[in-house]
Design a protein around this ligand. Structure first.
Ligand code: ARG
Length: 267
């Protein structure tokens, strides 16, 4: 039943407005010496480590839910895990170019991306949130009229808000609302704290992490009700790797390990 619902949600992205607020909170880990070629004994993961709890820097090292999951996959395959950090919007091009074996980046499965890469089974459910200053009274999408809104370039948050602002039938069309894109979501949060923008649209758990770290100043609320599922991406047609990824993901899901990892990497 749950699976059937997930599949339906994956195929149809229903967009319904909703409100509700709550208050809470670079570089490379290991250089890949060679591009991913399947010949060597390395499993090369590309990610964008500005998205705690899924991936973030601890010193020079990329850690988080996705690195832990992919470490498990690498262990099962008897391969050495190599993690590369890059901009979010370069992840799929890197995979398509054969530089990475897989992308694990809290990446939402959507039809456009699925034309370029193959996705694993979904492993996390999410939804977009709005982060704003706690005195700004932003409690839903309508409150974004006329506001400056920051997003990480190429994310589903970027797509959702850009549609709302730029499409003629969008909820924020012609309201004076503006979208500002950032390569790094944490820079968007910094600009919000500095008052350069009024809001940031980002996935729920990363929003909560950012707000927890700035709980005196920031709040988060739900942006819309597009349910999103995260998947790990592999090159189109790499069925052998996809099978290994899915087997490990299913095992981790069955054992409740993904939730444990989220708890472990959340503040
Ligand atoms: N889930 C969103 C998307 O797929 C945001 C992912 C951002 N991930 C990251 N590692 N920065 O577009």
């Amino acid at each position: 039943m749950k699976k059937a619902i997930s599949i339906i949600l994956m195929m149809t992205m229903v967009f319904v407005l909703s409100t509700g607020c709550s208050s809470d909170s670079g570089s490379e880990q290991q250089q890949a010496e060679t591009p991913a070629d399947g010949e060597n004994n390395k499993l090369v993961m590309y990610t964008n480590a500005e998205f705690a709890p899924f991936e973030y820097f601890e010193g020079e090292k990329v850690v988080g839910v996705d690195p832990d999951i992919v470490q498990e996959i690498a262990d099962e395959m008897g391969k050495e895990l190599v993690i590369e950090h890059t901009d979010f919007d370069s992840l799929i091009p890197s995979l398509v170019a054969g530089k990475a074996d897989l992308v694990a980046a809290g990446m939402t499965i959507n039809p456009e991306r699925a034309e370029e890469v193959d996705f694993s089974i979904p492993y996390v459910e999410s939804i977009q949130n709005i982060i704003s200053k706690n005195d700004a009274e932003i409690k839903s999408m309508e409150d974004l009229e006329g506001k400056k809104i920051g997003v990480q370039l190429g994310t589903t948050g970027d797509l959702a808000i850009s549609d709302a602002v730029n499409l003629e039938d969008g909820d924020l069309y012609n309201t004076g609302a503006e979208v500002k894109t950032y390569a790094n979501a944490l820079e968007a949060a910094q600009d919000l704290l500095n008052g350069r923008i009024d809001a940031v649209i980002i996935d729920e758990m990363p929003a909560e992490e950012i707000v927890k770290n700035n709980s005196e100043e920031l709040v988060t609320c739900i942006f819309g009700e597009i349910s999103e599922q995260y998947g790990i991406a592999v090159e189109k047609g790499n069925t052998e790797l996809l099978e290994a990824v899915n087997n490990t993901l299913q095992k981790l899901l069955d054992e409740g390990k993904i939730e444990e990892l989220i708890a472990k990497h959340s503040n």
